[in-house]
Design a protein around this ligand. Sequence first.
Ligand SMILES: [Zn+2]
Length: 139
Amino acid sequence: MDTYKHSLAPRFANMLVEREARLRAILHDTGEVISQAPQAREHEVQDFKDIAVCETQAVVDEAQADHAVHELEQVLAARRRINDQSYGMCLDCGEPIDLRRLMAMPASAFCTGCQSIHEHERPLLARRSTAHGTKGRFS
Ligand SMILES: [Zn+2]
């Protein structure tokens, strides 16, 4: 199994910076759509089909924004780990993470085994983050 070496840091830092820029763009876009929606509704009250489309769009964007906020947190944490040289190690068991896994998902914080344990816990985590409303923290 190939593992992360510190000599790969610039390459991974680049991938994470690009990912961060894309996520910030998504959050910026969805933020605009959501804030414009009430205004559009006022001006076109008679067109119910437009209103329905507008509201559906807002819900989709909100889900997308929540996902982007969550992923952005992981990307920022991964960049911190590159800086303090703990990147590439599983946060749970401390074993090196498979390099192919890091190439596919540079923000991965866990090895494949520990990640599958976390996936079982995810429904609980998702409920918790919705309750506190994570949207807009990075805009
Ligand atoms: Zn692990």
